[in-house]
Design a protein around this ligand. Structure first.
Ligand SMILES: [Zn+2]
Length: 498
């Protein structure tokens, strides 16, 4: 087998010498027509390909860190307008190592733009992080080399891959950010009904309550506007949702918490999306239709670059969102519901016949309901005893803070954890980590030297709230590494300061 492969490689090389590539062509580990792809690009192939795709002054590749197991985290920058390229875009993929098509689509984009630079508008500064989780990609599994689910690590930034992604995002300050994933089309719930989910490709916008409403609305507008493009290409497309088969089981948009890529990068002031392509995991060859998923992805990547007018509008909107004052209340407890009991029609594929059928259901929950909120404080105060635990967290998030050199008299509101809940809750559709917190009466205190103050008059205030607000239902104390700080009948190490 081994010598056979060598022979084929040698033959390929001979062919390459016999027929020199036309000017501008790039040697790529995938076919000229991306729609015929049926094998994903490996970490090794990607590394070689990116090396060869570099074009001085136009396409650059940098190493932005190493994975838990020491693999390179690549960032590709495509820019032909120099400093005139003012619309900054960050596409990243494969946080889940076994979800491949977003990365493949990004690599075909690099090839196409390298060969046809005119495909990249001159006012676009395009950044791609095609493989955020190379360890998971090599092992073909969801988690990274340390066993962590990277797309649940955006509050803690405990992993080198998520820390690198956030460093890049803070440096670039993208106007548009997109996270690439895949979902299964042949899960248990659908199979027992003899169905599979209809869409091949889906997209959703950030929905965290702290993200200004006009930014969330612009995101959903872009999600809807992609439908005719996908229809024209023959791809089944809807807004991304989670949940079981209709009509009995609940379907809803993705979580509204700040621990994933979409909501955490959205809180930096970007128009932030998730794309999910559908895979037949149980098929004899799950990658047989890879080219179709890649095509669906590419249409969305192009769509989100928009035209000049759209780019100018989104640039102004996101820059406004970065300056937007904080709301006077922070939503701490939110869930998805169906206000008024609307009946929605959901398309599914009947597996046996291949027929598309429409199922009416009232269990599609598309309305975000706020069940609890707290007044926005001026700052958070972190106990001196917990300072060493919190300092790396604040650093990873690029937050500014002050360590008190001498005692300071302030008014604080301490918080206390009543209990941590790990049972399944059908309202929140989650199993673990609900933190039930009770606010204590405000008191005037002398904070001792060594206390950390994180003021909310800083650029990344929304991120600071997502990370530090003690009253969040899915806050820090539900996560490993911080759970032990939620001691019964004792105040939390973070207080709200007024
Ligand atoms: Zn995923």
């Amino acid at each position: 087998m081994r010598s056979g492969i060598k022979l084929i490689q040698a033959a390929g090389l001979l062919l390459w010498f016999a027929m020199p590539l036309p000017a501008g062509s790039v040697e790529a580990p995938f076919p000229a027509d991306h729609r015929t792809m049926h094998r994903t690009v490996s970490y090794e192939e990607m590394s070689t390909f990116l090396e060869g795709a570099t074009r001085p002054g136009f396409i650059s590749v940098t190493e932005e860190g190493r994975s838990a197991q020491g693999r390179k985290l690549f960032l590709v920058r495509l820019n032909r307008g120099g400093s005139k390229a003012r619309f900054r875009v960050l596409y990243y993929a494969q946080q889940h190592g076994d979800e491949v098509s977003g990365k493949d689509a990004l690599l075909t984009l690099v090839r196409d733009i390298a060969e046809h630079p005119e495909q990249l508008p001159e006012d676009v500064d395009l950044y791609l992080m095609p493989m955020v989780n190379p360890d998971g990609a090599v092992a073909h599994r969801r988690t990274n080399g340390a066993g962590a689910d990277l797309n649940r690590d955006h509050l803690l930034l405990a992993q080198p891959e998520t820390r690198a992604l956030h460093r890049v995002a803070r440096r670039i300050q993208p106007h548009v950010a997109v996270d690439g994933h895949e979902f299964g089309r042949d899960g248990e719930g659908y199979r027992t009904k003899g169905w599979e989910p209809w869409p091949l490709i889906t997209m959703d916008a950030a929905n965290h309550p702290l993200i200004p409403a006009y930014l969330k609305a612009a995101g959903l507008e872009a999600v809807a506007a992609a439908a005719p493009l996908q229809r024209k290409a023959g791809h089944a497309y809807v807004r991304y949702s989670l949940g079981g088969p209709p009509p009995d089981e609940e379907m809803r948009p993705s979580t509204a918490e700040g621990d994933d890529g979409r909501n955490s990068l959205g809180s930096l002031g970007a128009l932030s999306f998730i794309i999910e392509a559908g895979v037949h995991h149980r098929a004899a060859d799950p990658q047989a239709d890879l080219g179709q998923r890649v095509d669906g992805y590419r249409l969305l990547f192009r769509h989100l670059l928009g035209d000049r007018a759209w780019r100018d509008r989104i640039r102004k909107l996101t820059e406004r969102a970065r300056r937007e004052p904080l709301p006077s209340f922070i939503a701490t407890n939110v869930f998805w519901a169906n206000l008024g009991g609307k009946v929605t029609t959901v398309k599914v594929v009947e597996t046996a016949s291949g027929r598309v059928i429409e199922v009416p259901t009232a269990n599609a929950m598309t309305d975000l309901v706020v069940k609890g909120s707290v007044p926005t404080p001026k700052a958070y105060a972190i106990d001196a005893a917990a300072a060493a635990r919190f300092a790396p967290l604040l650093t990873s998030h690029g937050l500014h803070w002050e360590t008190l050199a001498r005692p300071r008299r302030v008014r604080i509101e301490p918080c206390r954890v009543l209990r941590l809940e790990d049972t399944y809750d059908s309202l929140y559709q989650r199993y673990e980590g609900r933190v039930i917190v009770e606010r204590q009466p405000q008191v005037e205190v002398d904070l001792p030297a060594g206390t950390i103050l994180v003021a909310l008059d800083q650029d990344l205030a929304r991120r600071a709230i997502q990370v530090l607000e003690p009253c969040l239902l899915y806050g820090l104390y539900g996560y490993p590494g911080f759970r032990d700080l939620a001691r019964p009948a004792a105040d939390l190490p973070v207080s709200r300061l007024f």
